[in-house]
Design a protein around this ligand. Structure first.
Ligand SMILES: Cc1cc2nc3c(=O)[nH]c(=O)nc-3n(C[C@H](O)[C@H](O)[C@H](O)COP(=O)(O)O)c2cc1C
Length: 380
């Protein structure tokens, strides 16, 4: 039996659950059309805004690798090393809405069956800024986009009312989603920053405002490492650096922990998993937690800019996984989605060695009896 990789996520049908996330791989119409040709189930465009964007001088993204045989980590290209992470301080698209709109239309005309999600961002502390969210929403949906992703997650914004600063405020999460909801005719997802204490608070606020799904994670706030020879940050402009975003393999486990909090708290809601995905094994982690789609950035950037080999392998390996599990009756993602969601429990519920009770650090009645007292004899 041939496997069916298609999924329906927030009412949108995708040929497969693998998307390119909002980032350089989706920064132009030519990249996006190459990505569709290569087989990606959908793309989220590089974030489109209405404020002026001027990026830093010099490279905006670099990749840190770990040596095979020593603990050395560096951005320097060298043999015998393996990818650890990406680090970037790139802002959202520096192309205007007017630049994007005819291109979005062109992409949809050329690929009507492929899913195009527009990522958008505006400010949030004035009526004028909130109006920008409405303008962006209406414009991209009129251009034919199938859905929208609200960027509440860019970690290197100077403005207090934008990017991850919105994702850090439950009030703004509800407000901006409800403003978008007023005018949206297509599903909209909310990409939350992972840089908060309890992401379920912001997720709840976003759902309260009307978000159809949460995407997570964007990159984690971080610094590039210092080169011990030059005593300069490996990424800097004239010696100076600001915090930027860490992506790639290093963030897979921490991003999964954020996702698990949300899928457990909102088992009936929809989630798009992002962070550290290079292959199907990685994606499977997000699916088993309950995600209905996943998104890829760093791995695609390192594979001919849009990841033709990454998506080919993702699809092949998902088909092989379904074939291997056909005896369980699995034919599609929904048959195994969320299977491990409830296996994450408080530590106190994890079994102790036989005969030992544990009450979450407390004792049922007073202090727990000690093991054999430790006595240290003088001279020992
Ligand atoms: C250079 C670069 C630019 C990015 N630009 C955006 C952006 O414009 N909007 C957005 O929502 N996320 C942006 N991201 C975040 C990615 O979409 C993704 O959430 C993050 O890199 C984690 O995925 P990964 O581990 O597969 O890289 C960017 C990431 C990188 C590396």
């Amino acid at each position: 039996m041939s496997s069916d990789l298609s999924v329906v996520f927030t009412g949108i049908r995708f040929p497969n659950p693998f998307l390119l996330s909002s980032a350089p791989p989706t920064e132009s119409d030519s990249n996006i059309m190459r990505a569709f040709d290569a087989g990606w189930g959908g793309v989220v465009t590089k974030t489109i805004g209405m404020h002026p964007v001027v990026n830093v001088k010099g490279p905006k993204t670099r990749f840190t690798a770990a040596d095979y045989h020593t603990p050395h980590l560096s951005m320097k290209r060298r043999p015998e090393s393996v990818l650890h992470s990406s680090w970037n301080w790139e802002l959202i698209s520096d192309k205007s809405l007017d630049w994007w709109l005819p291109r979005l239309e062109k992409i949809k005309k050329a690929f009507p069956e492929h899913v195009l999600i527009a990522s958008i961002m505006a400010g949030s502390e004035s009526d004028e800024e909130l109006e920008h969210w409405r303008t962006l929403t209406k414009a991209v949906q009129d251009a034919g986009c199938d859905g929208i992703e609200l960027n509440f997650s860019c970690p290197h914004m100077d403005r207090e009312d934008m990017g991850s600063n919105v994702g850090k405020s439950a009030r703004l999460c509800t407000l901006v989603n409800s403003v978008v909801k007023e005018v949206a005719r297509v599903p909209f997802w909310c990409k939350l920053t992972p840089m908060t204490t309890d992401i379920t608070i912001e997720a709840e606020a976003a759902f309260a405002g009307g978000a159809h799904a949460i995407s997570s994670s964007n990159t984690f706030t971080s610094l590039p490492l210092v080169d011990p020879d030059t005593l300069e940050f490996e990424m800097n402009v004239e010696g100076y650096v600001s915090t930027g975003g860490l992506g790639g393999p290093a963030i897979l486990p921490i991003s999964l922990a954020k996702m698990a909090q949300m899928t457990q708290r909102f088992p009936d809601k929809e989630f798009s998993g992002i962070g550290g995905i290079s292959n199907f094994e990685h994606a499977l982690n997000y699916f088993l937690l309950g995600c209905g789609t996943v998104q890829v950035c760093t791995a695609a950037m390192l594979d001919q800019a849009i990841g033709p080999n990454v998506i080919r392998k993702l699809k092949e390996d998902m088909s092989a996984f379904l074939a291997r599990n056909a005896n369980r009756g699995w034919t599609k993602l929904d048959d195994f989605r969320g299977l491990l969601r409830n296996r994450i429990v408080p530590q106190s519920q994890i079994k102790r060695p036989e005969g030992r009770d544990y009450h979450g650090g407390h004792d049922a009645e007073g202090y727990a009896p000690q093991d054999e007292p430790v006595t240290v004899k003088e001279g020992e």
